[in-house]
Design a protein around this ligand. Structure first.
Ligand code: PLP
Length: 454
């Protein structure tokens, strides 16, 4: 019996949570059989509680949440300040519909977010998950053009390797075969342009060269059919789900200029890269540009509650403003602007301010980058890369089951990590202390060596 099998059986024996879950819960993004098979099983961890950067199972084993529970958790689990805000909000107002009613948390959050963009993106429209925010941005772009007499602008452009969510509309602008192929017949075609991924630079080429090449590809398409294109959607600086593909900020500057010249909206999906993840609150600040729409979710509620939103410019908002109902943006979700979620977001923004989080993260990032140098120099590693609080590297000659084996080995080393294909990445919460940073680096190396040794 392999170590992995023993571990799996032990987990099952310890509690019947795993068995009960397998009988009744259909887990996301999972081939369920992989949890149940005896050969190379993928462990299913029954989490009981969380505190700080750690998750605890029912036996008290702990796991460092090195990927912030799918990139959502910014300031740790059971954060006392977010907890206190939520407890207060629970006793005040848990939910009220947002059509015909408004409330303090949603107003304050919208004002604060607008201020963070220097009031360039003055209105926020709310939903619950990231994919819904993407749907909203796509629909709003199309409808805004239509309200302006340009109903022929119906197409969307996305980047090679892009990921914007898995609902039908969001999947149409996603370019990850694993998620998209099975549903191809259901999806509207979109235009796909080259990714500025700096890893594709040939000898002598820089990341800026890749940005220019990729922008030239956008320009070719815009020259050919900008009259049919409503918007281009981009995940700025890091295309996360395709394997942390990083690009130079110059790309965003060049595409912003092309969008202005060819009358195409720029949608920036900051669902994963927003909220300080790349080093600035909005990733696009590093390029010195603002989009026409920005999508936020994940970290905005500190990883506590489902909340997403789309921010847009006043001229787009104005294009819907009329006494004609059908010119309005007729889109809604039951939990739009949920007060608890908005209050969690306000507490999150307050922590950013009070703790000077962006500056503190620069120090943490420098320490983790230094501690990861043995991996950066490792002979089985290529493309070690980092931006803000995201680290990634690609395993050389990894086996097809590398990701599964890495996850299973990582939990044995008190780590929650899920590589994407052969790309190992870290996106930890922003509250790691020095000991946790050093432990994360040491364990990542130990797990990598073990997995690569087969
Ligand atoms: C860039 C990006 N866009 C959209 C989404 C979809 O968000 P959700 O999973 O909340 O629907 C994700 C999720 O990982 C994402 O990373």
């Amino acid at each position: 019996m392999t170590q992995g099998q023993e571990y799996f059986l032990e987990l099952n024996k310890q509690s019947d949570w795993v068995a009960r879950s397998l009988r009744s819960v259909w887990h996301p993004c999972t081939q369920m059989q992989h949890h149940a098979q005896l050969d190379n099983p993928v462990p299913l961890i029954p989490v009981k509680s969380g505190k700080g950067a750690w998750l605890y199972d029912h036996e008290g084993r702990r796991y460092l949440d090195a990927i912030s529970s799918w990139w959502v958790n910014l300031f740790g689990h059971a954060n006392p300040r977010i907890n206190a805000a939520l407890k207060d909000q629970l006793d005040t107002l848990e939910h009220a519909m947002l059509a015909g009613f408004t409330h303090e948390p949603v107003i304050e959050l919208s004002e604060k977010l607008s201020a963070l963009t220097g009031h360039v993106l003055g209105h926020s429209f709310y939903a619950s998950d990231g994919a819904s925010a993407v749907e909203i941005a796509l629909k709003m772009s199309f409808h805004s053009w239509r309200n302006n007499g340009k109903s022929g602008k119906q197409e969307f452009v996305c980047l090679k390797g892009s990921y914007h969510g898995e609902t039908i509309g969001a999947l149409a602008v996603t370019d990850v075969a694993l998620f998209k192929d099975a549903y191809g017949p259901l999806l509207r075609a979109s235009q796909t342009v080259m990714s500025p991924d700096a890893r594709n630079a040939r000898d002598g080429e820089t990341a800026e060269d890749m940005a220019r090449k990729a922008a030239a590809d956008v320009e070719r398409l815009f020259i050919e059919r900008a009259d049919k294109i409503a918007a281009i959607i981009i995940e700025p600086l890091v295309q996360c789900a395709t394997g942390m593909a990083m690009h130079d900020p110059l790309y965003l500057k060049l595409v912003r200029d092309l969008c202005d010249r060819h009358s195409v909206h720029l949608i920036l999906d900051e669902i994963a890269v927003g909220c300080g993840r790349t080093g600035t609150f909005f990733a696009c600040e590093q390029a010195g540009v603002w989009p026409d729409f920005v999508c936020l979710s994940k970290g905005i509620s500190g990883g506590y509650l489902p909340l997403s939103l789309v921010m847009t410019r006043d001229e787009i908002y104005q294009s819907f403003y009329s006494d004609d109902v059908t010119r309005g943006f007729l889109h809604s979700h039951s939990y739009t602007g949920n007060p608890l979620a908005c209050r969690a977001a306000l507490a999150t923004l307050q922590i950013f301010e009070e703790d000077h989080v962006l500056a503190a993260n620069r120090l943490k990032a420098a320490r983790l980058t230094a501690a990861l140098q043995p991996l950066a120099q490792h002979q089985r590693v290529r493309n070690f890369r980092q931006r803000g609080m995201i680290w990634a590297f690609d395993a050389i000659d990894a086996t097809p089951d590398f990701s599964r084996r890495y996850f299973a080995t990582a939990v044995e080393h008190e780590l929650l990590m899920r590589p994407i294909g052969c790309t190992v990445y870290m996106m930890p919460p922003y509250i790691l202390n020095d000991e946790e940073i050093d432990g994360l680096a040491a364990n990542t190396l130990a797990v990598f060596d073990k997995v690569m040794a087969g």
